[in-house]
Design a protein around this ligand. Structure first.
Ligand SMILES: [Zn+2]
Length: 115
């Protein structure tokens, strides 16, 4: 299961962050997942507790911000907000750059303050 290895990497990374900031429990992790990232947010939320078992993240909540794909046309510089276009809807150029929609990143980590 692809999402389980992502969840495991996420647990590792957040454990490191928690350790560096000398924090207690990790309350919530907010993730940004692009619709083209190839990650199913539901499967990831399901896999996370399995990966987090026995760590300080075992009761952490996962929140996912879904990022709509957005392309930018290199010819006219305008944004095109769909994943299915082959050419720019403004000028017809096929020189499109994927601006967002493929990200898989940690937006924020909320931790219990020990002080
Ligand atoms: Zn264009």
């Amino acid at each position: 299961m692809h999402e389980l290895s992502i969840a495991q990497a996420l647990v590792d990374q957040v454990q490191k962050i928690a350790k560096e900031s000398n924090s207690g429990k990790v309350i919530r992790i907010t993730l940004r997942i692009g619709k083209l990232a190839g990650v199913d947010p539901e499967a990831l939320s399901f896999a996370f507790p399995i990966a987090a078992e026995g760590t300080c993240l075992h009761s952490t909540l996962i929140e996912v911000i879904s990022v709509e794909p957005e392309l930018r046309c290199r010819a006219c510089g305008k944004s095109v907000e769909t994943e299915f276009v082959l050419a720019c809807v403004h000028c017809g150029s096929k020189d499109l750059d994927l601006k967002q929609g493929r990200e898989l990143m940690i937006e924020s980590v909320e931790m219990e303050d020990l002080s």
